[in-house]
Design a protein. Sequence first.
Length: 450
Amino acid sequence: MNGDVLLRDVSVPSWQDRPVDCRVRGGVVAEIGPRLRAGDDELVVRGEGGALLPGLADHHLHLTALAARESSLDVSGVSRDGLTESIARAVPGEDGWVRAVGYDDVLHGELDRDVLDAWNRVLPVRVQHRSGALWVVNSAGLERLGDNGSERGLLWRADAWLRERLGARPPSLRAVGARLAALGVTHLSDATPDDGAAGAVADAVRRGELPQHVLLMAADCGPADHPRLSVGPVKLVVADHALPDLGDLTERIRRAHTAGRPVAVHCVTRVALALTLAALDEAGGLRGDRVEHCAVADAALAEELAVRGITVVTQPTLVARRGDDYWDRVEPEDRPDLWPYAGLLRAGVRVAASSDAPYGDPDPWACLRAAARRLTPSGRVLGPGERVPAATVLRGLLSPLSDPGGPPRRVAPGHPADLVLLDRPLSEALRAPDAGQVRATFIAGRIVHG
């Protein structure tokens, strides 16, 4: 609902947990103090001592992929035999395709068009690798796509091409927006580099389908012509299966900088990170340049990032979801340096956590737990020295979209009323972070959950 709101008896961190009231008017925090008098037309929300925080930010996720996943066949938790049966018996979607996500080459084995044909030759089938970087398509699917250039049916980084060939309409983001609001998330950075996906996200914001503030990272994402839209760094992908030429990567960075935009570079391996640092040195840095993931980095690389003032946006829930797989796949010498967090902070690197949803868990409270515990699915502690207290991770989730890991946004008079109300004081919430603690979420003073 819209209108003025008085939050009664809430715990605002800057007031040292002393219960106060918070008045919201015109989309901003108007007044904070004890025992404020309610206006005749104000909605009174009773906080009962719960913490009132700035709304949480997810600094890296993929909104259209998250929405599409909801209508896809998720095979991430099934065996090889289960995958075979799922594909063989699958019912096509409205577009006539079987669309599966969560394929894992370690769990399920290698896939190509011939393997998929053996399971389902009649219906067009496309299966997405759990990383989101690869689609495997069967013969019926390739025929429908009109593709003659992929003998094995392996399509790398082909989302934009697939969308164009399929003529598919973007999925609705309404359910995704509601789900994230229920988790207390009010700010989102869509890290999809594809211009078409960015346009779909922007349209969803303009229509009111997506209530959050959204920062776009595509190279040509259009104007930020809405109060909840902004344009951020240009997302660049240093793909490990096909590393770019140093000169080409340098030129792409220069083009972004010339346009006044920093870069956000996808780096997963040690080699990709070294290449990125070299390209940034050639191109010259720009305030706001950042590295996404930084999945392998030792102390020396952390120092190199710190010296250059490069921010890292990391994803703790990927350790919780896939930590055992990472451990098994990487070279033994890389194991101590997997998914650094505390080590980056010690080196002086500005770090913020994010989800990478749908590939990671979109729940920010699960992110707090994952960063503090560093537990893999088998119970192994992946890098005990990389554990980070929940309070530290939360500060990153409260930082502005334009400055991940920077000073957290505040609940204070004159500041935007993008807020999350918990059902208990913050100190209690941080001892056992859980999404069930979210009582209400406000964006620009409007209740979007609760």
